[in-house]
Design a protein around this ligand. Sequence first.
Ligand SMILES: NC(=O)c1ccc[n+]([C@@H]2O[C@H](COP(=O)([O-])OP(=O)(O)OC[C@H]3O[C@@H](n4cnc5c(N)ncnc54)[C@H](OP(=O)(O)O)[C@@H]3O)[C@@H](O)[C@H]2O)c1
Length: 344
Amino acid sequence: MYKAGIAGASGYTGYELLKLIHRHPQLEVGWLTSESSAGGVYSDLYPVDWDYPLISLEDGLARVGEVDVVFLCLPHAASMQAVKSFYDTGILAIDLSADFRLADPAIYTRWYGLEHTAQELLQVARYGLCELYREQIRGGQLIAVPGCYPTSVNLGLYPLAKAGWLGERVIVDSKSGVSGAGRKPKLDYHFVEANENITPYSVGYRHRHVAEMEQVLNSANGTAHQTRFLFTPHLLPVNRGILSTIYVDVPAGVTEDEIRGLYTESYDGEPFIHLIPAGKQASLGHTVHTNRCAIAITPADPSRPNGTEYIVTASLDNLIKGASGQALQNFNIVKGLDETAGLL
Ligand SMILES: NC(=O)c1ccc[n+]([C@@H]2O[C@H](COP(=O)([O-])OP(=O)(O)OC[C@H]3O[C@@H](n4cnc5c(N)ncnc54)[C@H](OP(=O)(O)O)[C@@H]3O)[C@@H](O)[C@H]2O)c1
């Protein structure tokens, strides 16, 4: 039996991870950290009867020898040094923050407005988008779990990107449930502000997650071709779930059957990819409370069977496939376990 430490267990992704670990046949809880609730027990935080003690991050580090893996569910910037401290002990570190997702520190600084203070680890971090990078993940000691929005967009577009069929510009319209912002209270996420409302934010080329789309999709084809991603996220008044609606232009002459063939081939046998049949769309209902990503592709104009405009819809649960589920999927891959353990 493996044991897990969770740094930042009091937040939403930590809570979700704990629920998943309880379902995992080969993983159990070692210790859990919270700075604000250290000294208390887990049932103080959520409506559960789990009386795990909560300890500080510093105490977690001192007790690293008791666990086989540390999942870090901390905000970016705070995670950077914590990851380094754990990594230096030789433990497997699975980081849910953005701190080790971008390979180039200059790109990290451009989007996050911070100097990266553990740049040497960017060389060893593996980007944990399981369906695309399984082989690299297998030998990893530091896994950077991808962001929630980019997981939906990158899985939704990868077959087209790999074929070199993404044009100059792709427009991505995404919506996320409120848990995507974490548990810490903030006015925008107050019930009265978010409920019965829908608000775009960081419109166009402003949101940090654009960098992950560029990193994955602009390297998929092995050419210098660069697609520009115009990305507008929206806050949706639901607890959880992401839906991305993506507008693409494929090269003239490419048929719908060829496109469907690419998706079928790319995701053949993938337990967590749900390709939606022609004529239907991915919805939150396809994926919330699961580790799946649902993907649909549809020609934009039914009167132009050979048209170049397509709409991809992709959905996932931001707390599971977009965070804690994918973190656990990475753990299963690194340890050579059944990749679906704890996740079906
Ligand atoms: N929510 C999502 O859907 C989602 C999806 C993908 C990725 N992520 C990423 O996953 C990470 C965790 O997100 P979350 O939604 O779980 O956040 P959250 O609900 O706000 O929880 C944050 C956790 O980090 C701890 N923490 C905050 N600042 C800290 C510090 N300076 N030192 C040590 N611990 C600190 C908090 O502990 P206290 O108990 O002391 O407050 C809490 O346990 C973030 O990097 C986020 O971007 C989140």
